[in-house]
Write a protein that binds this ligand. Structure first.
Ligand SMILES: *Cc1c(COP(=O)(O)O)cnc(C)c1O
Length: 397
């Protein structure tokens, strides 16, 4: 075993993760390899990060080229790669302006600050509260755990950041009833990830826009997980034909290089001026080079249509599996290649047994098994994952 692959049991890492005793040395496409040569089919994609799989040649070449030129440059100067990526994201979406961060939580933080500043400048100073939903996940900073509202994430971290109210996901009446003179924004995941892979209906997303307009609220979508092609469109809300005011995205934006983005329309973005927000590393030349390379691939003709085809194939196979094994599996959830399958047995046990068969998946809330294959997954790889699922199901006792 090479030194870099050694995982010490007396770890100096803070024990914030219950890690599997498994380390990877390299990856290619939809596969990961351990130092001793074991191969795993990756249907987790680093939790929806490796959208283009591992070691995508265009991404590798782009990062290598940029590494030889310039790694870091302060945002006190113009960063051409940033201007280009912002322009391309805006041209491909509802947005007019973009702020780059290093993570999803930071992209959400940027959006939360922007929503407050917008109300402060152009709306009503009192309107600092944000309506969020049950089962939400928005990150692990103090403000984003408050926005997510999950007891398991909040416990021990009092006082909870103020300004977040909670309603049932998918329920417009409850949301409307929760609006007060202090409400300034609505923050919703078009497809909930961690919370259980629930996809919002198009009518729900449209209803959110209508309500936001009626009450002068900022409509803010968290597309950190469901954005960047995961559902078969660049952003999941596009399926509903709705235009939000703010969108945060991250995970697959850098294909594995840490980068996030907060997108906004001109109306809301007008609230930010010099000094209102910042980040040392945000929009760093390395991240921007890779982000642009990701868009080169995703915006190619036929990329999203292919995601949809692979999604249809995988979903129909999973539905058939669930019909054959109703004691193990229930409903299918999610959208595109963001797939949840409700388990009737413990989801972690299914995940572990798949891992024993060299297939990686993740779990989600509500006892859901989460399948997030790279968007470049092939029919043969889907068949391989299904073989493993079939074997796990057949051998269940
Ligand atoms: C992962 C995730 C986040 C947080 O992103 P980090 O990069 O881990 O900070 C926020 N929202 C959603 C929906 C996510 O899936």
């Amino acid at each position: 075993m090479s030194a870099s692959a050694q995982v010490s049991t007396s770890s100096a890492l803070m024990p914030t993760y219950a890690r599997a005793d498994l380390a990877f040395e390299c990856g290619e496409g939809c596969y990961l390899f351990t130092a001793d040569g074991r191969r795993y089919l990756d249907f987790a994609s680093g939790i929806a990060v490796n959208g283009l799989g591992h070691s995508h040649p265009h991404l590798v070449a782009t990062l290598k080229e940029q590494a030889g030129k310039l790694w870091h440059c302060s945002n006190l100067y113009r960063i051409p790669g940033q201007e280009r990526l912002a322009r391309r994201l805006a041209d491909a979406s509802f947005a007019d302006k973009v702020f780059f961060s290093n993570s999803g939580a930071e992209a959400i933080e940027c959006g939360l600050k922007l929503a407050r500043k917008y109300q402060d400048d152009f709306g009503d100073k009192k309107r600092f509260r944000v309506i969020c939903t049950e089962g939400a996940f928005h990150g692990r900073t103090l403000a984003t755990i408050a926005a997510g509202g999950q007891e398991k994430h909040l416990k021990g971290f009092d006082p909870i950041v103020d300004g977040f109210d909670r309603v049932a996901y998918g329920n417009l009446n409850e949301l409307r009833a929760a609006i007060t003179p202090e409400t300034g924004a609505i923050l919703v995941e078009p497809v909930q990830g961690e919370g259980g892979m629930r996809a919002a209906s198009d009518d729900y997303l449209k209803g959110l826009r209508t309500i936001a307009d009626e009450f002068g609220l900022v409509l803010f979508f968290d597309e950190v997980q469901c954005g960047m092609g995961r559902t078969g469109k660049l952003f999941a809300h596009e399926w509903a034909g709705v235009k939000p005011d703010i969108v945060a995205t991250a995970k697959a934006l850098g294909g594995g290089f840490p980068v996030g983005a907060c997108l906004a329309n001109d109306k809301v973005a007008a609230a930010f001026g010099p000094g209102n927000h910042g980040s040392t590393f945000g929009g760093n030349p390395l991240a921007m080079a890779v982000g642009n390379a990701v868009l080169d691939v995703m915006l190619e003709e036929g990329f999203f249509a292919r995601v949809e085809r692979m999604s249809d194939l995988l979903r129909s196979r999973l539905a058939a599996l669930a019909r054959r094994h109703p004691k193990l599996f229930g409903e299918l959830r999610g959208r595109g290649l963001m797939i949840g399958i409700k388990c009737e047995v413990p989801n972690t046990e299914v995940m572990n047994r798949l891992r024993d068969r060299n297939v990686l998946v993740v779990t989600a809330g509500d006892n859901v098994l989460r399948l997030l294959p790279p968007l470049v997954v092939t029919e043969a790889e889907i068949a391989e994952a299904m073989d493993a699922l079939d074997a796990v199901a057949a051998g269940w006792t």
